[in-house]
Design a protein around this ligand. Structure first.
Ligand code: FES
Ligand code: FES
Length: 195
């Protein structure tokens, strides 16, 4: 008996070109001061765009679920978890990663302070910690309250409790927290003294 011809299995069928185009977008970013144009699957996170498409692997993937802060980078000056954000949401944005903050010859003050205060062990969380600290100090300068700011009308104080809360989205499995706090406090003190 003649058997009917079955269609090929789904995984062997190439999607039509129109469908591929429909789920891809061209995104323009300025990453660490350099204009970059990427054509990406719309589902690509900003983290994967940085790591997989721009080879900027300083931004780390820890949980990929918004829980650890290892993927923190600055977008238009604000810190975000890049694993939770689609690259296509950032058309035209300026992105700063750890590679854009300083160089081995000329460290950013926070990078320098982390080294001197031994603010890391394995270093996996460190790029996220430093980018987050840059964002947190900017928020303090701008008077943005945190969840532990008692008086929402007053300028937030840079108390240890404030700084612990502001950095609470960045986990460190090595437990370098006290040294991280010392490094950030030193840079904040220097910034305040210079004003
Ligand atoms: S990798 Fe983004 S929060 Fe953990
Ligand atoms: S230094 Fe190892 S996780 Fe923070």
């Amino acid at each position: 008996m003649h058997s009917p011809t079955l269609p090929p299995p789904a995984q062997d069928r190439a999607p039509p070109p129109d469908a591929v185009a429909a789920w891809h977008s061209t995104v323009h970013l300025v990453v660490n001061g350099r204009p970059r144009t990427l054509t990406l699957d719309n589902r690509t996170s900003l983290l994967d765009a940085l790591r997989e498409h721009l080879q900027l692997c300083g931004t780390k993937k820890g949980c990929d679920h918004g829980q650890c802060g290892a993927c923190t980078a600055l977008v238009d000056g604000r810190r975000i978890n890049t694993c939770l954000s689609l690259a296509v949401m950032h058309e035209g944005s300026e992105v700063t990663t750890i590679e854009g903050l300083g160089t081995p010859q000329q460290l950013h003050p926070l990078q320098d302070a982390f080294v001197r205060h031994d603010g890391f062990q394995c270093g996996y969380c460190t790029p996220g910690q430093i980018c987050s600290a840059v964002g947190a100090l900017r928020e303090l300068r701008e008077g943005v309250p945190s969840h532990v700011t008692a008086d929402l009308q007053a300028r937030p104080l840079r108390s240890p409790e404030e700084m612990r809360e502001r950095m609470s989205g960045n986990l460190c499995r090595c437990g370098a927290y006290s040294n991280i706090q010392q490094a950030i406090a030193e840079v904040a003190d220097a910034e305040e003294a210079a004003r």
